[in-house]
Write a protein that binds this ligand. Sequence first.
Ligand code: NAD
Length: 233
Amino acid sequence: MSVGFIGAGRMAQALSRGFISKGIVKPQKMMASDQSESILDFMKKQGVSTTNCNIELVERCDLVVMAVKPHLVADVLQEISDFFTTDKMFVSIAAGVPLEVLETNLPEETRVLRAMPNTACLVHAGTEDQLDAVTGLSGSGPAYAFATIESLADGGVKMGLPRDMATKLAAQTLFGAAKMVLESGKHPGQLKDEVCSPGGTTITAMHELERGGFRGTIMDAVEASALKAKEMG
Ligand code: NAD
């Protein structure tokens, strides 16, 4: 079976690398389409054929994986749907794009699947250590974040805020900070420095966090979870 990736970005690269290293699909049986030549270079180096034309990819592949960003899925479906025949299979990994949207934009009776690979795919380098580290960080991480939100809310309640408002503020604060890290591309330490005015409230609070071993405790938690994953693995 030949497999084609529409969009050759991070997920397509991680999945194709995984398919090759596990011997699931040979590179000669894979193809990737993207508008960016520099992105396609990675695929070429792996022996995967490349194209700038999504329609060519659809015509040449039995299984087509939609790996563009979610907001682009509908446009790409419109572009390829006339060339999609029912002997082919379609898989979307786009987050938040429902099956119905995929099915209504493809010919009737097309076999359509939705899959949600997790971040571990992105570091699939065949090394167990990295996968254990991902478990310690982002597998167990939501629990650390929930505990942080709860602690922030407790602090707010202690200082007089109603519980509902404190929890919402705490969650929005973490959400906003995470968004800034992802969107600004700045080092989190720099963003922290930018919000600490000399002699101000935030640096005073940071001092308390440091005194309590905040960062070391979180690092210890990631390490403990990763070591546990390795032990169980
Ligand atoms: P990415 O931005 O790294 O890759 C997307 C690629 O699509 C880019 O190389 C871009 O040039 C290309 N592209 C844009 N328009 C195109 C078009 N019209 N035709 C062909 N190619 C086009 O994104 P990603 O992180 O690889 O995510 C891809 C999909 O995987 C998303 O829908 C996302 O929701 C889903 N996903 C990502 C993750 C993750 O951890 N990154 C996890 C699960 C699912």
